[in-house]
Structures are given as structure tokens and as C-alpha cells.
Ligand binder design. Sequence first.
Ligand SMILES: NC(=O)c1ccc[n+]([C@@H]2O[C@H](COP(=O)([O-])OP(=O)(O)OC[C@H]3O[C@@H](n4cnc5c(N)ncnc54)[C@H](O)[C@@H]3O)[C@@H](O)[C@H]2O)c1
Length: 465
Amino acid sequence: MKPVRAVLIGAGQRGAEAYAPYALRHPEQLKFVAVAEPNEERRRRFATVHAIPEERCYESWQDLMEQPQLGEAAIIATQDWLHTQPALAAMNKGYHVLLEKPMATSLEECEQLVEVSERNERQLHICHVLRYTQHARKMREIVQSGILGEIIDVDHRENVSFWHMAHSYVRGNWRNSHQSSPMILAKCCHDLDILPWILGQRPVMLSSKGELTHFRADKAPVKTPERCVEDCPIERECPYSAIHIYVEMLPFWYSYSQTCTNSFNKIIIETWMKKPALIRTFSHIFPFLKQVSEYNGWPLTVLAHDPTPEKIEEAIRNGPYGRCVYHCDNDVVDHQVVSMQFEEGTTVTLTMHGHSHVEHRSTRIEGTRGRLMGVLGNGGGWILVEEHRSRKKSYIDTSPPSGEGHGGGDSQLMAEFVGHVREGGYSESVKRAAREALFSHRLAFAAEEARLEQKVIPINPQDLN
Ligand SMILES: NC(=O)c1ccc[n+]([C@@H]2O[C@H](COP(=O)([O-])OP(=O)(O)OC[C@H]3O[C@@H](n4cnc5c(N)ncnc54)[C@H](O)[C@@H]3O)[C@@H](O)[C@H]2O)c1
């Protein structure tokens, strides 16, 4: 069987770094044949890595879509506000589409995407990577096995760490809801996607509270300059210092170590944090240690291509990621709670906040026969099931193989997307998955409306039929 031929629209963090490497690992399954990317450096680099000829490199999705159909699949990984038009154009051209989340920044556009997918019978897959993790799949399997009995209450938390919040939602691309999307959509369409899927029931009403409490000028502890490197008087104590986050990288590694279930990896990271010179020395003998000592992946790649210490220093001095968190043009919330009631009476709260000590999602599911607790962080994940009567405890390690992004969700998503495209056609399960993605976005828009207008919003479960 020939590999699926794909075109990439948007060769940024997600397109080039998270999804496209699948083609390098599985050339028999997937081959990129064209790229559209306005940034010349990114475009060229992608073309070189994937051996795409010059004439198949385009500066924009429009130029690419003016060509005849070049393959079976289009992967669209542009920024949030630039999803709808390229995705519609691709489906109208005949491509099956893998589209980054959020599908679009308005409910109308999300509906339009699903409508065109169904009308044209072109597959539309949304990058709800959480669904593709072993962690979420195991939670679903456990709930649906009935071992927990009837599910009474769920407490699911998206604990965005203080440094990730500062990086993406204060200084970075998702800081301003008018330029990108409300944080509950940007960060939690994943969570709103998996909750009904795990529970096997849909919400019937929701309300929501939340605001931007901390990252505002009036919350600066003292008078601070515009940038961390401009002799900021609190740079050495501020958790949000760009130097601390991007040069020392300690919060990143700490989050990793605290959620890592592999004792060996945990020891290496903890040693690196205390004695970097030791790990650097040993990395000459054990090259795998360079994954730590020479780490230059996310979030550094957002600050600079091929990040070097010099480039990071320059980015902190002059770019958006060196700004004081109290002097940015951010307006998205730093905490929000969504309370939901589900069809069978289950109460569910989704808490998203940007002040977590450690980056992770946590879930507690209380049933009439037992409970489940789960944690998924950037270092790994685990699930604990406790049965009421027998007091039996079952522990499941849900960590992905090391180095896999998003709990292993990124590569599993690609494997399944490629599988569906190879299969061709427009199956009921593919159609259903797109409708479920739309439903999760419907919930996110409703949550934002409920928060802003302080009201309870009824949800029609039939919207997902
Ligand atoms: N699934 C997930 O868990 C997850 C995680 C992070 C981000 N995302 C989403 O992925 C998307 C991309 O995020 P990112 O961090 O990769 O952003 P990015 O800015 O790194 O990449 C977007 C790329 O699109 C390119 N682009 C801009 N205009 C274009 C045009 N006209 N034609 C073609 N390309 C164009 C940009 O130059 C850039 O390289 C966002 O919607 C984001 O919300 C999803």
C-alpha cells in the first residue's frame, strides 16, 4: 500500500514538530508532498526535512489550495483564528483534513466545518489529543466497565502550571481572547471533549465562574520595569521571571520530575536540577543524557528556531517572552470553573487554573462502588482505582514511552488519522467523532457565555445525536 500523501498548512510548533515527525518515523504510511508556510525559515526547513521540491512550497494556504489536489490529506496547524478558511478550502478541494483545536473561534464556524465535512463526505479529524492518550482511554474503559458503579460526581482539573500560564496565556499566543480565543476554549476543549466520552453521557446544563485575578498591572508586587532583564528589583524572587523559566528551565524540569513514574528518569532529572555539571560530564559517556543537558524543545522553540543560549537571551531581551507578566496585553482568565449536570444526574466540575505548582491534569471520579483518581503530567501519568467493599486498590501506570508529546496522544492521533485516510471513505465513526468535537466546542462557548453573563445555560444533549 502506498503512503498517504499529505500537505501541511502551517509548519509551526504543532504542524512541523508534533505531527509531521510521524512521517519520518513511518515513511511507509505517510509522506508530505507540499507545505504552505509564510515564514521562510520554517518553510525551507520543513521542505528540507521532508524532501519537498521547491515548486511544492507555498507562502500561504491560498496558494496551495489554488493547485490541483496534491494528495489525500491536509494537516492544518495554523493559529486558532486561521483554521476555518483553509479547512473549508481543503475539504472542498477533496482533502481529508486533520485540523488543530480549537476547530474555530466561533460556534457558527465550527458548525460550518462539520456541515461541509458531512456534505462533501470528507473526513474531518480534530486534534483532541487527550482522547488518544492511554491515560484517557484507560479512564474511559474503567468507568464503562461498571467497576465504579453508578457515577455520582466528577472533579476534573486542568492544572496549568504558573510558568506555562505565563508562557502561553500571559506573554504568548493565547493571551488575548480577541486575538485567539477564550482560555476555556483554547485550553479546555480537550477536557470538555473527554468528559462526556469517558462518562458515556452528555451534560444538560452548565454554569461558570472565573476571571483574570493575578496577571494585571495592579497586582505587580512592586514597581517593575517592562522586562525582566531591565534591572527588575524582584527578578531573583519572581516565579514568572523569564530568566528562571527559559534560561534556568527549573520549573519545566521540576514539573517533569514530579509527574514522572519512571524512577530512573526521575533521578536523572533531579540530579540535573541540582548538579547540571555532573549530568553534562556523564552525557559524553551516555549520550542519551543529552536529551536533558542539551534540551532545546518546547517551550524554547517558541522563542527561537534551533534555540541556543544566545538566541534565548536575545529573545528575552527583545521579544514578547521577556516581558514582565504584569505589563502584558493579556486579558484571558487565570482561573475558571465550569459546573455541569449530566443526563444521568452526575455532577461534574471542570476547574482550569494557571497557578499550579506542577503542570498536570487530575481527575477524581466518585461512583457508588468505588473511586478513580488519575494524574497526567508532562513527566507521565497514573490511575488509582479503589473499590469500596473490598478496599482493593489497583494502580495503573499510564505514562507514555519517554519523549512522546501530550501523554503519547500526538503520535497515536497521527497513527489513527493516517489509518482512517488509508481506509478512505466516510465512516459513521469518523462522522461521529467530528460531531463529538463540535459538541465539546459548543460546551466551551456555552461556558464562556455563562461566565460572562453569569447565567445557567441549558444544553441540549440532542445536539450530539
Ligand atoms: N492539540 C493540542 O494539544 C495543541 C497544543 C498546542 C497548540 N495547539 C493549537 O495548534 C495550532 C498551532 O499552534 P502552534 O503553537 O503550532 O502555532 P505556531 O505559530 O507555531 O504555528 C502556526 C504556523 O502557521 C503559519 N501560518 C500563518 N499564516 C499562514 C498562512 N496564511 N498559511 C499557512 N501557514 C500560515 C505561521 O507562520 C506558523 O508557522 C493553534 O491553533 C493552537 O491552539 C494545539
